[in-house]
Design a protein around this ligand. Sequence first.
Ligand code: DAH
Length: 357
Amino acid sequence: MTADASDSPADLDSLAREWRAALAAAGDEEAVEEWRRSVLGRSGALTGVLRGLSALPADQRRATGQAANALKRDLEADLEARQEELRAAALASQLAEGAVDVTLPGRRRRRGGLHPVTQTLQEILDAFTRMGFATVEGPEVELDDYNFTRLRIPEDHPARDMWDTFWLDEDVDGEQPLLLRTHTSPMQIRYLDAHEPPVRIAVPGRCYRYEATDATHEWMMTQVELLAVDEGVSLADLKGTLLEFARQLFGVERRVLLRHSYFPFVEPGVEVAVDCFACPGAETGCAVCRGSGWLEILGAGMVHPEVLAASGYDPGRYTGFAAGMGVERIAMLRHGIEDIRYFYSNDLRFLRQFQGV
Ligand code: DAH
C-alpha cells in the first residue's frame, strides 16, 4: 500500500478501495490499530500523500488535496465504525459464552436430614407424648443443689463418683458452684418445686461428664428423663409405661425386665432391660445382646419420699416414678451402631445412612 503525492485522484480511489478492504479484514483490535498506523498514522500512507501535496504542480495540488482530505475524513469514520463493530462482536460473544441454557436440567440439591440421635429422640418423645407426658426442658448449666444435693447425692456421697463433672469457674452468687449437668434428673427437682401434682413430664437434653471417651462413653450425651407423680402411682405404672415405650421403639413383641439397682433419688431403684429384638433369644454371637438375651436401656425407680417432701409434696399422699435413659445408647441398639463416637465425629458417610430413615 504505497502512495505518494503524485497519485492522481483516480489512483487514490483504487488505493482507498485497497485500504477499505484491509480495514474490513482486520479481525481484532490489534489488527485495526496496525491498519490505523499504516494508513492514517504519522508515517502512514495517506499521511504521506498529504505531506507530498506541496511538491505537486499547482493545477493538481488543489484537486488531489481535496480528494485526499475527504478520503482521510472518510477513512477516520470507517475506522471508528470498524472499532465499534469489533467491540459489539466481542460483547456479543461474551454474552453468548455466559448465557444460561434454561432448558438444561437443574442441579439437584442434596437435602439434609435429621441427625440419628435427633431422630431417635423425637421417636422417644412421641411415644411419651402419646402416653400423656408433656415435654419440658431445663438448663444445661446447673446448680450443685439440683444436680446432686436435692437428688440425695451429698458432697461426700460416694455416688458422686459416678459422675465426674465439668465444674464452672464462676459462682452464681458466690454461694453454689455451677456445673454442666451430668444428667437430666435435676429437672425433676426444678419441676416439682414449681408445680402441683399431677406431674407427667419427659425432659430431653444434653448432659456432660468429664470422663474418658470410648466406644460406649462420650463426654456429651443426650438423655430423656421421665417423671410421673400423683396419688396412687405405683411400680406397676412404671413397668406398664416402660413396656409400652419399649414396644413402640423396639417392636410390639418386646418384654421388659426390671432388675434391682441403686440410684440415690429413687427407692426402690431398678435397671430396665428389653428382650433382644435382633435374635430369637440369648443367641450366642448376637451382636446386639451379646448372648444375654436382654438389653439394658435405662435406670428408673420410685421417687424417693425425701425428694418429694423437699419439694413440698406430702409423701404419705403422693407417690411417683422416675426414669432416665441415654438416647445415644437407644439409637445404637436400634441401628446396630457399635461406637458412640460415630455420632459426633461429623463423618458424612456415617450420617447419610440415616437420611430418609
Ligand atoms: N440420672 C441417672 C443417670 O444419669 C439415670 C436415672 C436413673 C434417672 C434412675 C432416673 C432414675 O430418673 O430413676 O445415670
